[in-house]
Design a protein around this ligand. Structure first.
Ligand SMILES: [Zn+2]
Length: 584
């Protein structure tokens, strides 16, 4: 490709509003252009990089035996309702009606559609396992699109879905994907990606996380034993509750002490001796053919010095989503906001979910469901009951490792990919069943595995750059060789440069040829900005020695190489650069 004809506009400095290093560089180097918040176009350079990322992802998935399909970006509500997403999703799911008034949604992922395809064509255990994947555009109306292409509303997603017979089949598909994702990140130059626990089930589900100051996802990590988890899902070592005999329940007047901080101060006790109540409205799954929303008021209790993890709570109550409780529902349940507790409330109006530590800590102070009044010595079992006792607490900044009790440390970064095992009833809801070897009908076990490819490119740019521009890994670089002609208007040099360009292309090098009539300095700056791994420059000075200068982007100095040896040298440099990224 000749740069004189190429739509690759570079900018001298990052435009105002570039939020991260990668965002500024991808704009400056002419990879991307913004259209609206969270919506970007890829210019030819960016598109080539994304295509290379897609190729690596596709190759690794196909090596697992996964089969590529294309699923629609527009989905009918009748399909999306099957998983509960239609009811459970908030405004992030873009919904609209077609001309006949039939409700539709833009796909955020494709689990319902993949399950529909599996249900449609798989009938017997002999056809399992099967894995379907797609690489395509999705839309999610994010509240906070940011960081350029790191958190988009319209994005390119790899989503892969495995269908297996039984738990063991699911475990094998899950492990295969985990290993494939690991290889994908290594090959793309993101070897620092960390595998972290996510989801419930104590370590059976994972995310890949890329540590970066520019990111806004959070994990906690133990330096001593290597335990790492998504902050929302992190397990942590629980402090030992005090050993005390339950004391008699006692009313205490606490005017104005409607916050935990105010209450602890008023009674002169540590916050850890109080119970914190959070009231939420849980949206519950309904039968696929039942369009009515089912809601229930949830009263969640954690110790006063902790916060509720909404992710853990959502899983504990099996809710599709949680939203703030409505005043009317709180009143109808007999609770008083700011002074609420499950003590003395009829349990039919609400679901009480308490954290394990609240269940084991004696003599807590909790609300009396009366303005300005609390209760001392509240004890679980004696004074109230719970529908669910579970770990629903968010790991604090100073939390201890659940495996070795050393301190956990918080890190920010980006979630690169996630792996998920659906519960056994999920595929059943979606109609994905098969006949097992005894002839009875069983639900397929289903897993889903996703990688956001735009974010991957943002992280690659975040990791691979210097003060002059991008230093792209050989597997991602839009062009392998950036050929700079320093002809200075000399037709003979121009001719030699063009001959070399044609030779490089014939030999199969992805070559960007800077044939523009510009100063050498400007051309070198653009080459540094765009980030091709190998730069070849040809001009009067090198031709005097019958050679060209060949330079790695990652190194300061190049070397003069005989014209006859250019291809060999460039191939060697590229093979070397690829080799550093792990086996293909
Ligand atoms: Zn540890």
């Amino acid at each position: 490709m000749r740069l004189s004809k190429f739509l690759g506009p570079t900018l001298r400095s990052a435009p105002a509003g570039a939020e991260t290093k990668s965002h500024g560089l991808l704009l400056r180097a002419g990879y991307i252009r913004p259209l609206a918040p969270g919506i970007f176009s890829y210019l030819p350079l960016g598109r080539r990089a994304l295509r290379k990322i897609e190729a690596v992802v596709r190759a690794e998935l196909e090596a697992l035996g996964a089969q590529e399909v294309t699923m629609p970006g527009v989905q009918p509500a009748t399909l999306v309702r099957r998983s509960g997403l239609w009811e459970g999703a908030g405004p992030e799911l873009a919904r609209f009606d077609d001309r006949c008034g039939r409700p539709l949604a833009l796909a955020m992922s494709h689990e319902e559609n993949a399950a529909f395809l599996a249900a449609d064509s798989v009938t017997s255990y002999r056809q399992l396992p099967v894995t379907l994947f797609q690489i395509g555009r999705c839309f999610r109306d994010e509240a906070r699109p940011r960081g350029g292409i790191a958190r988009l509303r319209e994005f390119t997603l790899l989503d892969s879905y495995s269908f297996s017979a039984g738990e063991e089949g699911l475990a094998a598909a899950y492990r295969d994907h985990l290993e494939a994702f690991d290889r994908i990140f290594s090959r793309l130059g993101l070897a620092r990606a960390v595998l972290v626990e996510s989801g419930g089930g104590a370590g059976t589900e994972h995310d890949f996380f890329y540590p970066s100051e520019a990111g806004d996802d959070a994990i906690v990590q133990c330096d001593a034993c290597g335990y790492a988890a998504d902050r929302e899902w992190a397990r942590f070592a629980r402090p030992e509750p005090p050993v005390e005999e339950p004391q008699p329940l006692e009313r205490v007047s606490t005017p104005g002490a409607s916050s935990i901080e105010g209450l602890a101060k008023f009674l002169d006790i540590p916050e850890s001796r109080t119970a914190k109540v959070v009231l939420l409205n849980a949206i519950q799954p309904t039968a696929p053919d039942d369009p009515d929303r089912r809601e229930v008021l949830v009263m969640a209790l954690v110790r006063g010095d902790m916060e509720v993890s909404e992710a853990k709570l959502r899983q504990a109550v099996g809710a599709l989503a949680l939203e703030p409780a409505r005043g009317g529902a709180i009143e109808a349940a007999g609770a008083t906001a700011g002074y609420a507790s499950p003590v003395g409330l009829p349990s039919s109006e609400l679901r009480v979910v308490i954290d394990e530590l609240v269940a084991t800590t004696p003599n807590l102070v909790a609300g009396a469901n009366e303005e300005g009044v609390h209760l001392r010595n509240v004890n679980f079992g004696r004074d109230y009951r719970a529908d669910v006792v579970a770990d629903i607490a968010l790991a604090r900044e100073d939390a201890a490792c659940p495996d070795c009790t050393r301190p956990l440390r918080p890190h920010v970064g980006f979630e690169l990919g996630s792996l998920h095992r659906f519960p056994a009833d999920y595929a059943e809801r979606l109609g994905a069943t098969y006949q097992d070897n005894s002839g009875s009908v069983a639900p397929m076990r289903m897993g889903s595995y996703g990688i956001g490819l735009d974010r991957l490119l943002a992280c690659i740019a975040e990791e691979h750059h210097d003060e002059r521009g991008l230093v792209m890994p050989a597997t991602v670089a839009p062009f392998a060789v950036h050929l700079v002609s320093i002809a200075g208007g000399d037709p003979w040099i121009e001719k030699r440069a063009t001959e070399l360009y044609e030779e490089l292309v014939r030999a199969g090098f992805d070559t960007l040829y800077d044939d523009r009539d510009l100063r050498a300095g400007v051309k070198f700056n653009d080459a540094d900005l765009m980030g091709a791994p190998v730069r070849v420059s040809i001009g009067a000075r090198s031709l005097e020695r019958d050679g060209v200068e060949v330079k790695r982007r990652a190194e300061e100095k190049g070397a003069i190489v005989d014209l006859d040896n250019v291809l060999e040298r460039a191939a060697g440099m590229l093979a070397d650069a690829r080799g550093k990224l792990g086996p293909e």
